[in-house]
Each structure stands twice: as C-alpha cells, then as structure tokens.
Design a binder for this molecule. Sequence first.
Ligand code: NDP
Ligand code: 2IT
Length: 448
Amino acid sequence: MAKHDEALERFMQGLIRRNPNETEFHQAVQEVATDIIPFIADKPVYQDMQILERLTEPDRIIIFRVCWQDDEGNVRTNRGMRVQWCNAIGPYKGGIRFHPSVNQSILKFLGFEQTFKNSLTGLPMGGGKGGADFNPKGKSDAEVMRFCQSFITELSRHIGPDTDVPAGDIGVGAREVGYMFGQYKRLVNRFEGVLTGKALEFGGSQIRTEATGYGAVYMMENMLAHAGESIDGKVCLVSGSGNVATYTVEKLNQLGARVVTLSDSNGFIYDKEGINAEKLAWVNDLKNKRRGRISEYVKQFGGEYHADKRPWAVPCDLAFPCATQNEIDASDAMALINGGCKAISEGANMPTDPAAIGLLRDARIKHAPSKAANAGGVAVSGLEMSQNSLRISWDRGEVDDRLKGIIKRIHDQCVQYGEGKEGVDYFKGANVAGFVKVANAMLAYGVV
Ligand code: NDP
Ligand code: 2IT
C-alpha cells in the first residue's frame, strides 16, 4: 500500500505543478488516480504506454470571447470555453454550463470525469465539457437568446455530430439548447444531431429531460437491491431544485419514497409531509417559467426555510446531492451519518469532497459516485444521437427501458471491479471499469 501511496503522491505532485491553481481538477484526478495506480501496478503495458499520464492531459481546450448586447444596449463580454478531453471511444460528448463560477479548473474536472462516465454507459462517446462565466439569473429571454447565439456562433467551428456533441448542464436547459441549435442550424445549413437535450419537436429524445434524475434513483434502487433493500417508504434528502433535483424527486415519489428537502444557492426548504407530485409541479413552474427562488415554496405550502444552509443535517434514510460540486464537506458527512443516512446517490458532479468521502466510507454508507450515479443523462443523450442518426424516435417506454438497462449494467460493473470484504466500493468500481475501456482503446491506437 505504501508503494502505491508514494506513486500517487509523485504523480499528483507533477500534475499540480503542470496545472497550478486548478483545485477542482486536482481533486477529480486524485479521486481517480487513487484507484487506478494500484490497479495498473501489475499491468506494465498501461504504465509503459503512459495511459494515466495521457488521460490527464486534454486533447485540446478552446477558449473564446463571447460578446453580446443586453436589453439596455450595453455591450457585454464573457469568456466561453470547450474542453475536448478524450475521443478514444467516440466523439467528444458532455454538457455546457453557464454560471459565473465557470473557469478552466471546473471545466477540466468536468471533462475529465465525463470521459470515465461516458465509458461506463457502454455507448460510443468520448468526454468533453464546455461553458461560460455568463450568469443567466435575472436576464431576459432576449438577453439569453443573444448570448446563446453569440456563444454557439464561435463554438460551431469546433463541434459537429461526429466531432463533439454538447448538451445542457447548470444554467443550460431546454431554452438555451433551443437557441443554440437554432443558430447552429442556420450557420451550417444542415439539420443534424449536434446538440442533445433538444425539444421533442426538433430531434430530442423522450426521457432526456428526466434521465439524469431518474438514473440517479435507478442507481440507488440497484445499490439497495444488491443489499436486499428497496426505496419504498424511505425518507430522502435532495439538494438543488433544477433539472436533476426535480426529476430525482419525481422518480422517488413514484417509487414510494418521501422527499423532504430541496435547495438552491440561497438555502433549503424542509417539508416533512413530503414534496408530492402537486408541489413538485409548482416547483417546476417556479424554476422553469417564473425563474424564482426555492424560499417561495414555504409561502405556498408551509414547512421550514433555512437561509444559507444545506439540507444534510435533516434526519434521513437516503441522500441525493443534485446541486453542484463540493456541496457535502466533512461536517455535512458527519451530519448525514448522525442523521441515519444509509446510502447516497450523486446526481451532481463531484458533490462530495475528499474528506467527506473518507468519513462516509468509514461509516460503511453505500455511496454511488457521480460518474456512475448521474450517467443516465448522458446515456439518454447517447440514445438521442442514435435516434438522430437513424432518423427515428423511440417511444417513452423504450427509452426508459434502455436507461434502466444501462444503469443496471453500470451498477454491475461497479460490483465487478469494486466488491471486497467490506462490501462494494462504488468509487473504485466506477473508476476502474470506466478506465479499462478507454485505456484499451488507447493501447490499440499506439502513440497518438
Ligand atoms: P440546473 O441549472 O437545472 O440547477 C442547478 C441547481 O443547483 C439550482 O437549484 C441551483 O441553485 C443549484 N446550484 C448551482 N450552483 C450552486 C452552488 N454553487 N451552491 C448551491 N446551489 C447551487 O442544473 P442541473 O440540475 O442540470 O445540474 C445540477 C448538477 O447535476 C450539476 O452538478 C451538473 O453538473 C449535474 N449534472 C447535470 C446533468 C444534466 O443532464 N443536466 C447530467 C449529469 C450531471 P441556484 O438557482 O440558486 O443557482
Ligand atoms: O454532466 C453530465 O453528464 C451532463 N451535463 C450531461 C452531458 C450530456 O452530454 O448529456
């Protein structure tokens, strides 16, 4: 073990030296390398061919200026980026994030993670991620449209249905995908599957909107079933109140759970009666149409609002972090353990920080990492690409069945590579299973 620790430390020192100040990227690589370095220790071919070193350097990063005009006629300037991480097993694929915090470190962590996630789905997709430090909050539809048009006008030179296929992420949903697809189509004069998460009227797939949240719940179902348990009757915490959070709640309700929290960047609501279908429909309208804050929930339905707090200290059986990276730190992990939490499925990307992961592991909490637990979104994006290529659309049942099958296979790969004396280490299982397929493709290509 000490030998692996030394190798990991040497590897991380080099990575940090080459990528200074990119703390989220360091964190994502460390989490993967912790499992991969021991795995490749007796497999010299991966070492000789520098697979881990090559996989921690992106194929390329495109950085560009995005100019647009606000409703008052002021000229505004943002920075756009696309990180094309690895196309060893398929075209670059991954979301676009519009949030003021977006920077190179965050997009590199997301592009790196996406490569392993997409590999786990079993579909032919490489990894990428993009975005801009644009803040959609408080902007009119017309401002968002002008921003999206300017952003995609530049990005259109670098993407394509067989090159790089973006989708949504934080701050990018159906509205933004519509504006970007419309402008792309106009620029290239081709109707092609260059973005996923499109509306059903113009090439979108059934279930794509729901897929990330549903998938996170299906992953939990699989984890619990492996231990002889089920979701029915469980009390659940969900953070966030965007796309992933709301469809996590919808599926949990369908399976008989009681969800008692939702949140946004200002605080969380606690409704101990449960956020039922009627309340959830109201939240969807609040978030997608009125673009309001989750605090308004308690004025409508009662319950408690806790400003500037996260939901993790509320007693629960299951937790679903669905907001953003590092939203569970060591003190949140202790709160979850003390509150009775038995299992976590990560809807958000890298929501749990390293200290928290260690505490949860020591407490034997079943814990599905984001690259496995939230792969349902990109998996249905992959199915959207297939349907676009075939020029057909599958019905809801067919897509949902395929999604369930993909998540089950991801779960089983985690068990295959992660089961040990102390139960299943889902982090190790996902990291190793995701790595093997990409690494073997890279070996086949030689030094490229
Ligand atoms: P949305 O923009 O729809 O919703 C994001 C939610 O998270 C909002 O409630 C937002 O609150 C909250 N949030 C964002 N940033 C912060 C922050 N810094 N602190 C606290 N809360 C925050 O995004 P999605 O639901 O699409 O994405 C949520 C997570 O899921 C992200 O980690 C994303 O990468 C991941 N993911 C998304 C997929 C998808 O298909 N959309 C697929 C796989 C993963 P506020 O409104 O206050 O900003
Ligand atoms: O993090 C993710 O997997 C996403 N934002 C979805 C990516 C996609 O291409 O559907």
